[in-house]
Design a protein around this ligand. Sequence first.
Ligand code: GUN
Ligand code: ZN
Length: 450
Amino acid sequence: MKRIDAMLDRHILRGDLLDFTEDPGFLSPQDAPGVRYRPDHLVLISQGRIEAVQPAKQTLPDGWASVPVSDHRGQLILPGFIDTHVHCPQLDVIASFGTELLDWLNTYTFPAERRYVDPVVSYDGARRFLHALWAHGTTSAVVFPTVHKVSAEALFDTASQAQMRLITGKVLMDRHAPDGLRDDVEQAEKDCVDLIDRWHGRQRQSFAVTVRFAPTSTPDQLRMAGRLCQSYAGTYMQTHVAENRAEVRWVAELFPSARSYLDVYDRDGLIGPRAVLAHGIWLDERDRAVLQAHGAQIAHSPSSNLFLGSGLFDWATAQREGVRVSLASDVGGGTSLSMLRNMGDAYKIQAMQGTRLTAWKALYTATLGAAHNLGLADEMGRIEAGCMADLAVWRWAVGEVASHRDQLAQRSLHERVFAWMTLGDERNLVSTWVAGRPVFQAPQIEVPAP
Ligand code: GUN
Ligand code: ZN
């Protein structure tokens, strides 16, 4: 990776800024609130944070005239994307053929995750994974490692060196998993407490009590997980819920006294404002009321839901009923770390149900919306003085088709941004900045003349 200047602590980015100040909802592009587009502006970065934002033609404050400028005139600068549900070890099995969730776990995922018992595999995997996130314009994530303590340790360690906001915790699973992938309640609790003591609240690292999903934890382990959530303030909780119909039936057999799949978690105190539940396709109205009452969020994972044939998440109903929703890649069930690609899939999933997802709503959800749902809106998700400088610079178009479409998309800003979102992916990325440092820089490419 080429660094512009690893030691710099003041820097200016120049370009067309796009971010959001509130939820655009499912309103039409013209009526949606909260869209903030600031063409040809400067972002003044000092010691990891945004110090000021101003029009490029305005005189710089005292002391800034000699600060280096990365000039991205004619390119987009957005807050870095926040991926609220993704599996580090599953880069090893992304794009595996032919199965639904439960078969896919047994055939591909579990065997791959067993290798992470080895610290070398865990550290290599963490480095490769975080670099891959940055190379897709993602600057923060809620991550599943494996059951092995070292796999969480490796992620915390690597992310903290980059001052990246990362939320993770060792996976809890003490049944219905092969040898080498099961823990036990006592040791798992000790490992979690140790990770919390060492990493939670250190720099930008946050611990998440990480229940894989109800079938792989005994009732005892779920109770222990609930105690951890209640005992350690500010920890998150991440899990999967109601992703696949066979999975939902299995949970009903395993937990006959629970009202629903979500209730398995709720009755043990796992659902709170910091709960991040992937999928939530097959929830009912009472479940959504529980999520709404707690301020918990669903991490909607569009490419995964399509790839594994899990179902169509009804985002409009969740929104109407006040449930928080964020966007996630869920790689390796998902087929791309690109949040743009996942937005494209989200659009199609909603279109199948008669709802039109605007670029404003999709981009808001992957930036300020996610930050807000995670209780981190003061830190990230916007391009504003005081926020951390977690940013990504994007080309409007790469390749002949996208360039041609971009030239013609002149009727409104939304037309242009929607075409960018739908046709774009990591090839559009110019650079990614985490806490004011360049962590990814694309090689220069020739953009063909129109
Ligand atoms: N449910 C339990 N584990 C997993 C996983 O690794 N991926 C997905 N998509 N769903 C799960
Ligand atoms: Zn997942």
